[in-house]
Design a protein around this ligand. Structure first.
Ligand code: PLP
Length: 477
């Protein structure tokens, strides 16, 4: 077990001496002065290097293993985007700099907004939201503001049970009442059921497309017509654009508001809550409500920040959003071009369908003839000896894989949700499927204890995840 830095600290060691660049006799108010020495560990340079290298080796990461985490798009993101985002010209700018001195960065954001509009068929985007869920929240505030301005009392949002879990949470947070729409067996929506819920106080329907079963809603144009004829709006959860970019556009399907997850589809690796970006896009009639400031191009070809938007929902995030994430998305889009983006989606869908076709012969897949970028297994009927999906997922760790998403979506018992992404080879996909089949059909029958007690080869064994979340013990005894 790796010790903490404080535990390997020894007074006579030092990797680095910090020269204080603040004059010692400068006037720091007494109450702000430190009462005792700063308790920093003393460690030699090589031990410090080993400590962090050893810790990094305990990590699962895309740079070490296949990461089939459904609903997350854990794909390889080209390192060129990282490298460009690290250029000093970008990292050394300060958000409080005069806008005249950051013209290049403003231009990049302006261009990115235009590219996102082209990719999605929307008319305007705000790059401010810091995550998908914040993009949803922004979109719902925009919807709320729209109905306030046209003086209609609409307080309900319809959300199918196959939407992403953040959708109902965002809708409640934005002050709406959530109406659940149960999906049909084939994973689509019933137009009749939808019609029966469409009362005059419905503000919008929020659709995750493809939905959490990995299915593209077949009757999308019909839904769009029915919802609009009720005076309600359509919200597109576009976190999973990886399945459709370059192929179809939410704007063309009739959606009024949407968000994207740049940290899933557009080249920012994610996980561990790291920096994200969930731009919110709208059709032109909703543009006045977007968060301020808006980046504008003046007649002199300069870029300026426009705060004069009286109908705006206001500011959502400090400054202009997570700029490095925006930069990486910009690089990714420019590097791939429209054909490259389309190709990425097609490959992602092909990879998922290839795995699905192999697994479907052995394990039930609800609504599973075809999928988009991901699919959901229902292994309940083939699991023997009290083995559960959780055990299978833990056993996959022993084979060096990151586990797929499990127990989501909620409507599938013992669900296992797999998303391979476009960046994995056929060999990787085959090996993973072989391993999964071996765990479920061989190990679970011949040596169920091994599966029940997995993982064995990881730094820690099975954790009590509930207690771990509620009472984290951050120090090993
Ligand atoms: C990931 C995801 C979200 C939430 O995005 P965050 O950045 O985690 O807030 C919303 N909807 C769908 C469909 C997603 O896959």
């Amino acid at each position: 077990m790796e010790k903490l830095l404080n535990e390997i600290s020894s007074e006579c060691l030092a990797a680095y001496d910090i020269d204080c660049d603040v004059p010692i006799d400068c006037e720091i108010p007494q109450n702000l002065k430190r009462k005792s020495e700063l308790d920093l560990p003393n460690i030699s340079e090589i031990d410090l290097l080993r400590h962090f290298t050893n810790l990094s080796r305990k990590n699962y990461a895309l740079s070490t293993t296949f990461y089939p985490l459904g609903s997350c798009t854990m794909k390889y993101n080209p390192l060129i985007s990282e490298r460009i985002a690290k250029l000093k010209n970008f990292t050394k700018i300060h958000p409080l700099q005069d806008e005249k001195t950051i013209q290049g960065s403003l231009e990049i954001m302006f261009e990115l907004e235009k590219d996102l509009c082209e990719i999605t068929g929307m008319d305007a985007f705000s790059l401010q939201p810091a995550a998908g869920a914040q993009g949803e929240f922004a979109g719902l505030l925009i919807i709320s503001q729209h109905f306030k301005y046209i003086k209609q009392k609409r307080k309900k949002i319809i959300i199918p049970d196959l939407a992403h879990g953040t959708n109902p949470a965002s809708a409640s947070l934005a002050g709406f009442e959530v109406i659940n729409l149960p999906s049909e067996k084939d994973g689509n929506i019933s137009i009749d059921k939808l019609k029966s819920l469409l009362t005059s106080d419905v503000a919008a329907i929020m659709l995750t497309v493809p939905n959490t079963l990995g299915i593209f809603e077949k009757q999308i144009l019909e839904i769009s017509k029915v919802v609009h004829s009720n005076g309600s709006l359509l919200y597109y959860d576009g976190a999973n654009l990886n399945a459709v970019m370059g192929i179809v556009r939410p704007g063309d399907m009739g959606f009024d508001v949407m968000h994207l997850n740049l940290h899933k589809t557009f080249a920012t690796p994610h996980g561990g809550g790291g920096p994200g970006s969930g731009p919110v896009g709208v059709k032109s009639f909703l543009e006045p409500f977007l968060p301020v400031p808006r980046i504008k191009k003046t007649s002199k070809n300069n870029f300026t920040l426009d705060y004069k938007k009286p109908k705006s929902i206001g500011k959502l995030k400090a400054f202009l959003g997570n700029f490095p994430v925006l930069l990486k998305a910009y690089v990714y889009i420019k590097a791939l071009g429209s054909e490259g983006l389309k190709n990425a989606s097609q490959q992602a869908v092909l990879n998922a369908n290839y795995m699905l076709a192999r697994i479907r012969e052995k394990i039930e897949v609800p609504a599973g003839n075809r999928c988009m970028h991901e699919f959901v297994l229902a292994p309940k009927s083939v699991l023997k000896n009290n083995i559960r999906t959780l055990d299978v997922a833990k056993r996959l760790l022993d084979y060096g894989y990151y586990a797929p998403t499990i127990y989501f979506p909620l409507i599938v018992a013992e669900a296992m949700m797999i998303e391979p992404t476009e960046t994995e080879s056929k060999e990787t996909l085959d090996k993973f499927v072989d391993t999964l089949i071996k765990i479920i059909f061989e190990e679970s029958e011949k040596c169920p204890q091994i599966v029940k007690n997995a993982p064995q080869n990881t730094p820690v064994k099975r954790l009590d995840e509930v207690t771990a979340a509620r009472k984290p013990i951050l120090k090993w005894q």
